[in-house]
Design a protein around this ligand. Structure first.
Ligand code: GTP
Ligand code: MG
Length: 165
């Protein structure tokens, strides 16, 4: 399978804006109403992550990808993913902190919250789609084919925007 990533996270977390940044699309994100398939990315509506009735759809869609990006908005103080969510989705996990550029961002809190969903497994990338930070790092990680390869990637590409658990 060609490597593909699915983005999940709360309503307004910045999934579509990040999708555009990853694809180099210079368009403004509008509210996502359904699953959107791009070249190597599947963008999901925030409702899928916030409403447990949609978990089935997330699980089914995950079968079509190699990586799942778990987004946590650095300007939000709450976490919508259940603890250990990534252990129930058998795909390579990448934690993503969004909006790190914002005045209201609390990146350390966002990392702490995200680690609960990821149970300390895999990389976390601190991003700003606005400033295009962490974008190349995500693209590089999605090219890797195992947790070990992602770890080696991080070791070989030192970046202030990645931490590896
Ligand atoms: N400051 C800042 N704002 C951002 C960034 N990324 C996204 N936003 C803002 O966050 C808001 C929501 O962005 P979207 O990309 O539409 O969020 P989403 O997760 O796709 O939302 P849904 O499709 O409703 O689930 C928009 O107003 C964006 O401009 C960022 O890196 N920095
Ligand atoms: Mg969206």
């Amino acid at each position: 399978m060609k490597n593909r990533a699915m983005l999940i996270g709360a309503i307004g977390a910045g999934k579509s804006t990040l999708t555009n940044a990853l694809l180099g699309r210079e368009v403004k994100a509008v509210k996502t109403q359904s699953l959107l398939y791009y070249d190597w990315i599947v963008d999901t509506p925030g409702e899928y992550s916030e409403n447990p009735l949609f978990y089935k759809s997330i699980m089914a869609t995950a079968l079509e990808v190699t990586h799942v990006l778990y987004l946590q908005d650095a300007t939000q103080r709450k976490m919508i993913f259940p603890p250990g969510l990534s252990t129930g989705i058998n795909k390579l996990p990448i934690g993503v902190i969004t909006k790190s550029d914002s005045d209201k961002a609390d990146v350390d809190l966002a990392i702490t919250l995200l680690k609960r969903a990821l149970v300390n497994r895999g990389p976390i990338v601190i991003t700003s789609s606005l400033k295009k930070e962490g974008i190349e790092e995500i693209i590089g990680l999605v090219r890797m084919n195992s947790l070990q390869e992602m770890k080696t990637y991080v070791e070989n590409h030192p970046s202030p925007h990645i931490i590896f658990n």
